[in-house]
Design a protein around this ligand. Structure first.
Ligand code: SF4
Ligand code: SF4
Ligand code: SF4
Ligand code: FES
Length: 948
């Protein structure tokens, strides 16, 4: 194995269609118009020396190292800033150029410390490389570098250092921060010899606007910006390309290694989801894989009040199988079930649902997508015919109007947000529909044309009012609707949205958004060119989540914004493999590829391959399993990679359900909160320890590659397979690729997918089959998958969760950039320095009314429960609305969320809870108990560690 080296072409690719032919050093080369000479040379394999250019950012032309000669032109222009022209004859290596380049390098080296042997970038430094490339043998101006400014190292960022003594002021970092990340945190301060890179207003990196994406570190050609892990361990010696295991963007990374130790994760430029960019989580927050809290040995206990007992894998598997068989023999076949996870690979997820359907003989399998994007599946399948987003991420580059609804991409989907911001800086218009003033509403070089700060729970009313404007003002794309949609359903829908009660003026009364703002946003969406919706859990996690998804689809169809690049309906998936978990048949009523379990022909196909009859009745959803457990009819649960106690609503009810079961098996990395109720703990492995695939928000299937052996000794797929075998159901695979082969045989949209194809193409977007062997970047081109697009009447029904005198505020929730979901991984990394507790955002007016000051501890109470957290007073939230995150078990935000859920899918209504906020002196009772438990388990762990 060696390091995966990616070519740096020096300048970005030109997108021009017209091709131009020139000669470079006498060789003809043909490239798109607008390509730089530097890039054209690199395309034919000639590396022109360079320092300030790199292909992730536009050319700058400051170092003067890349000079070339052009026949018929005077001087020696820089090749990075000079575009090619037809017939041009370029020379990259002449005596004059050699002399000039040596002179430039002499100046650089004379201003640079010569401590190469002890420098962390030794062997990985472009300055060193260029000294070699130009044949530098002497420096006439000395080596002292004593005029070089050295204000001292900045080590404030937990993951990288800034050592200005090594800076060559090439400005690559500044441009990466602006152009790739879009944060504008850096500038070059001072002039001449006094020039230095400055975060913010000459602040430390940690105190500046920097969001630690790492783009500047990657762009830096020297050790000035360097990963602390490289400084600590040394330069890597081999790398493996794999996929981030955090969010639904699905960034590709090179895991750069020394032996089996990860040195750093470098975003992979050939990754089609991220195009070489990353965020702080994927780039830096992988240390949890080797955290001391990882449980590496299986454990069992008879009662949840007993201490855990470490056992062998054989004993743990045999015990699990025995228990599930006993429960089925005693309480019936349907008394047990399983939960799959969107954090796990497609192959692992497929096996868990197979274990339940074929091994347990029932359909009691559900997934954590139940609590996030199940309404997306339902809504898009109903209207378009496919339970998935319509576009690829590249599509945003063709959008003229972008609607962000109930999503906070800069925190939740940061790498896609950077691409979106780039398009917005280039002129696309933005509409934000969100109760909270998210960063995108106004940030450097981005400002929303409209922000609709609606009251939580009124998405459907707003979307229907937008449709009212579209129809009543004659903005419908009638030709599109007539050709692609059911016309009579459209007419019914059009009559419905035109009813006066759906007008912006009426909806303003329930949503709190001014009628003119709704009208303006609707007109812009319908008439502004290619318009695309991007939405998140702020749409789905409502009692009308599925209705809202269909309301978005209605708007897209009515305006013809579907079926080509730049438009569409795009769910921004929360977890890395939410799309995949749903695709793999994790819902109780659906087999892989979204085919209903009651379809005889589909079932027969699975039965023939699996050699066992399948139950035709849909099984229980997660909330139904918990209800049944409380009622006494559901007794055993296998939970892979999911902490339902923290992530599901109404924590008390979840706890009661778990406590009522006789065998709860938790298969995870850490002893999570759910494991407090478990009888068997099966250690899982991280993405670094497994082979498989994840499917991101754009339906892109990507390989996850093992970079180290599973620290617990077994792959997660092997564990599920062992349980099945121990229960008497034969499962036999030699490698996850064989599981994918089975998925492809059984699932028409995956028919053309294999590990070989993924390795060859890098990734594919499903459907990938005979009709689309290379996959499908944009769906519904030329027609909807279901035939005619279906308009659905979207009657607004207010949630039953109402504010009143006892609970007068509405709580809504979301994520923060540095943390991920329940924080099991990110809290075990240095990311904790940015967000070590969940806080409650409250408007100054509401705070004043309650006597709450900034930083006070407050009690957040709903009719279901209460928790205590610190208040942050801010106008980001409107009066009447409070907001918090859900990353810390010490807060357990879901203690207060209710049992209300989406009418179609049971997705919980996390985004609307009526609450009261009041000053308090200390934690809630349960929090004190939790703290005591945590202290106790820390004491036990410390004692065990000391004994070892
Ligand atoms: S880490 Fe990212 S946000 Fe921070 S300065 Fe570098 S490029 Fe900018
Ligand atoms: S920190 Fe690195 S990338 Fe930035 S100007 Fe200095 S040498 Fe160039
Ligand atoms: S944007 Fe998402 S997938 Fe990409 S690095 Fe960040 S967490 Fe990972
Ligand atoms: S690489 Fe062209 S001027 Fe620096």
């Amino acid at each position: 194995m060696s390091l995966v080296q990616e070519i740096d072409y020096g300048t970005p690719r030109s997108r021009a269609d017209k091709m131009v032919t020139l000669t470079i050093d006498g060789q003809p080369v043909t490239v798109p118009e607008g390509t730089s000479i530097m890039r054209a040379a690199m395309e034919m394999g000639t590396k022109i020396p360079k320092l300030c250019a790199t292909d992730m950012v536009e050319a700058f032309g400051s170092c003067r190292l890349c000079l070339v000669e052009i026949e018929g032109r005077p001087g020696t222009p820089s090749s990075c800033t000079t575009p090619v022209m037809a017939g041009m004859a370029v020379r990259t290596q002449t005596e004059r150029l050699k002399r000039l380049r040596k002179g430039v390098m002499e100046l650089y080296i004379s201003d640079h410390p010569l401590d190469c042997l002890t420098c962390s970038a030794n062997g990985d430094c472009e300055l060193q490389d260029m000294a070699g490339a130009v044949g530098l043998r002497d420096v006439r101006y000395g080596y002292a570098g004593d005029k070089h400014p050295d204000p001292g190292k900045d080590e404030s960022n937990p993951y990288f250092t800034y050592d200005p003594s090594k800076c060559i002021v090439c400005s690559r970092c500044v441009r990466a921060c602006e152009e790739v990340q879009g944060t504008f945190a850096l500038t070059i301060a001072g002039r001449g010899f006094g020039s230095v890179v400055s975060p913010g207003l000459q602040e430390a990196f940690f105190d500046s606007e920097c969001v630690s994406c790492g783009a500047c570190v990657q762009a830096c050609p020297t050790a000035t910006l360097n990963e602390k892990s490289v400084i600590d361990i040394g330069t890597p010696e081999h790398s493996v390309v794999t996929t981030c295991a955090y969010c639904g963007v699905g960034c590709s990374f090179k895991a750069e290694m020394r032996g089996d130790e990860v040195v750093r994760m470098v975003p992979y430029k050939n990754g089609k989801a991220n195009r070489g960019h990353s965020c702080v989580k994927g780039r830096f927050a992988w240390g949890y894989a080797t955290h001391k809290d990882r449980v590496l040995k299986p454990m069992i206990r008879a009662k949840i009040s007993d201490p855990w007992r470490e056992v062998t894998w054989d004993e743990a598997i045999a015990h699990t199988a025995r228990e599930f068989k006993r429960l089925q023999a005693t309480y019936g076949k349907r008394a047990v079930g399983g939960i799959t996870s969107s954090r796990c690979t497609n192959e692992e997820t497929f096996l868990v649902q197979k274990l339940v359907r074929a091994g347990f003989g029932n359909n009691n399998v559900d997934t954590c997508a139940r609590v996030c994007h199940s309404p997306t599946g339902y809504g898009l399948k109903t209207t378009f015919g496919t339970s998935a987003g319509t576009q690829d991420f590249d599509s945003v580059e063709h959008s003229d109007v972008i609607v962000v609804l109930g999503a906070n991409p800069t925190d939740g989907h940061p790498v896609f947000a950077s691409r979106m911001k780039k398009r917005l800086r280039a002129g696309a218009k933005l509409i934000v529909i969100d109760p909270r003033r998210i960063d995108l509403v106004r940030m450097p070089h981005v400002e929303a044309s409209y922000h609709l700060p609606l009251l939580p729970g009124t998405n459907v009313a707003i979307l229907t009012a937008m449709a009212h404007v579209v129809v009543s003002e004659g903005l419908v794309n009638e030709a599109f609707v007539r050709e692609h949609c059911d016309w009579s359903e459209f007419e019914d829908w059009a009559a419905f949205v035109c009813e006066p009660r759906n007008s912006p003026e009426e909806v303003a009364k329930v949503s709190g958004v001014a009628a003119e703002t709704i009208r303006g946003a609707a007109r812009l969406y319908a008439t502004g060119g290619n318009a695309a919706f991007y939405y998140g859990l702020g749409v789905t996690e409502h009692s009308q989540g599925s209705t809202a998804v269909m309301a978005i689809a209605n708007l897209a169809m009515a305006t013809g914004n579907i079926g080509r690049p730049g438009v569409g309906v795009n769910p921004l998936r929360g977890q890395n493999n939410v799309q995949g978990a749903c695709d793999m048949g994790s819902f109780p009523h659906e087999l892989s590829g979204y085919r209903h379990i009651s379809e005889d022909a589909t079932r027969a196909m699975f039965e023939a391959l699996w050699g066992t009859p399948l139950d035709s009745e849909p099984g229980l959803r997660i909330p139904n399993m918990l209800d049944a457990a409380v009622d006494g009819s559901f007794k055993g649960l296998y939970i892979q990679g999911e902490d339902i106690l923290q992530s599901d609503p109404n924590t008390k009810h979840v706890a009661a359900g778990l406590a009522a079961m006789e065998c709860v098996v938790v298969h995870d990395l850490f002893l999570n909160e759910t494991a407090n109720y478990a009888h068997v703990f099966l250690p899982g492995s991280t993405f670094l320890e497994k082979d498989g695939t994840f499917t991101n928000a754009e339906r892109r299937i990507q390989l996850v590659r093992k970079v180290m052996a599973p620290r617990n000794g077994l792959g997660d797929w092997e564990i599920t397979m062992a349980i099945a075998q121990a229960m008497g159901f034969d499962m036999a695979y030699g490698h996850p690729s064989e599981i994918m082969d089975e998925i492809a045989r059984l699932t028409p949209t995956f028919a053309g997918v294999s590990f070989e194809k993924l390795a060859e193409l890098g990734s594919v977007q499903w459907p990938c089959n005979e009709k689309a062997p290379q996959g499908t970047p944009v769906m519904h081109m030329g027609g909807f998958v279901r035939g005619k697009g279906k308009f659905v009447i979207t009657e607004y029904v207010a949630t039953d969760e109402r504010v009143g005198p006892r609970f007068p505020l509405l709580l809504t929730t979301g994520r923060i950039l540095s943390q991920y979901n329940v924080g099991a991984q990110t809290r075990r990394t240095a990311n904790a320095v940015w967000h070590d507790e969940d806080v409650l955002e409250i408007h100054p007016h509401d705070a004043e009314q309650r006597g709450v000051r900034d930083g006070d501890l407050v009690k957040l109470a709903s009719r279901v429960g209460d928790t205590t957290l610190r208040a942050v007073i801010t106008e980001r939230v409107a009066p009447g609305v409070v907001y918090t995150t859900f990353h810390h078990p010490g807060t357990q935000t879901n203690v207060v969320t209710t049992e209300y859920s989406d009418w179609a899918t049971n997705c919980p209504e996390y985004k609307v809870t009526a609450v009261q906020v009041s000053p308090t002196n200390g934690p809630s009772d349960w929090q004190e108990e939790y703290e005591e438990l945590t202290r106790k388990s820390r004491r036990i762990a410390a004692t065990v560690e000391a004994a070892e």
